[in-house]
Design a protein around this ligand. Sequence first.
Ligand SMILES: NC(=O)C1=CN([C@@H]2O[C@H](COP(=O)(O)OP(=O)(O)OC[C@H]3O[C@@H](n4cnc5c(N)ncnc54)[C@H](OP(=O)(O)O)[C@@H]3O)[C@@H](O)[C@H]2O)C=CC1
Ligand SMILES: N[C@@H](CC=O)C(=O)O
Length: 393
Amino acid sequence: MNIAILGFGTVGSGVYKIIQNAKRQAQNLHVRHILIRKNKKPDLPEMTDSIDEILNDKDVDVVVEVIGGIEPAHQYIVDALKHKKHVITANKAVIAEYMDEFTRIAAENDAKFYFESSVGGGIPWIQGLERALRVDDVTKIQGIFNGTSNFILDQMHRTGKPFNEVLMEAQQLGYAEADPSADIDGIDVANKLCISVDIAYDLFIKPTAELPIFGIRNITEDDMTHFDKLGMTIKLMGKSHQRGNEFDYMVEPTLYYGDTLEAHTRDNYNLISLIGETIGTLKFMGQGAGQLPTANAVIQDILDIYQGKEHLKREFKSSFKFQPNLTKNDYIVRSEIDCSPLFKGFETELRGDYLLIHNIPVGEMHRLMRKVLQRDESAFMASLPTKKGGAAK
Ligand SMILES: NC(=O)C1=CN([C@@H]2O[C@H](COP(=O)(O)OP(=O)(O)OC[C@H]3O[C@@H](n4cnc5c(N)ncnc54)[C@H](OP(=O)(O)O)[C@@H]3O)[C@@H](O)[C@H]2O)C=CC1
Ligand SMILES: N[C@@H](CC=O)C(=O)O
């Protein structure tokens, strides 16, 4: 099977490396072209800066898009599918934005569009979710979806190193996005949750600014110490629930007690869970970022095509409505301003530098927190865990 790799960075070079050292079924794969930027000096005989050379090469079976970003990645994927080439991508930003278009064009051209590596890096999450959906409705998805933010929070927690130092380490290790604000502001989790929700509920939701998304940019070493004293560990989570004809969606820092799997998810690892009617809770864990785990998932998709393994069909026809206030949580807020008047309709409690807000609808919490941020751009919030039926105090 002949492959063209678009983009030769962390993931692209990982795919090349695995195929060059091929073992087992990967021995059936051959890299025919590697697209590099215009005017960049090619270091390998497979390198070209001409996308047309790749699109017009009848012997290319699969195009692997790992350039990242929206354009030209979007155009290259569309063009490759229209040239009847199968497309594999790890680019969650472009999938979250154009999943419906890619799915339609792939079907019209009898081509496959697979993207296992885009959510959870090396974890077979999409495969697991699609498999669960063969039998069950999935009523809840929640996960640590971002390796960089998990690495940052875990390192801060275990070593006490400052945020910026561990962010730099994550960048050096190849975990972070080209613009790491996507990792720390929750945008990358938002994209991955959109992709998961699209598949789980068979609808198409784009990662817009109106969705409840709050990242970890503002967490401080003092916050970490405070949470530690409470016996809790903080994780950046993506969550969605489906009830009746409605679903919710949120990205937010979340506190976990030390005896949970989430609290024990370290380094660049991700932990993604689903709840299905008959299967109950299923958890998927593995390296959510990094060269070889991600490249491994790309290769798995290519091998699925090689073996003629079909993935789940998507029609995006479900009538579920987005309801930001479907679920309620307790939250902890740190701000330099007195923000309790903003939350006056809810039960609140002042604990030192932190305000606890009880039983507030999630959408409302995120809406009010945006108001807090307008007056104090360093404010931070996290949702609190429930344990044995009760809210954390
Ligand atoms: N790194 C990871 O752990 C994971 C990454 N992903 C996703 O995979 C994709 C690739 O990520 P990653 O490999 O880390 O990113 P990198 O930035 O390391 O690699 C991207 C490569 O594409 C090249 N490139 C950019 N634009 C063009 C263009 N127009 N034509 C040709 N080449 C181009 C870049 O060149 P230059 O260096 O000159 O900019 C760079 O070599 C992203 O969508 C990312 O979100 C998904 C899961 C995990
Ligand atoms: N930047 C991403 C890369 C993988 O998706 C992350 O850190 O998870």
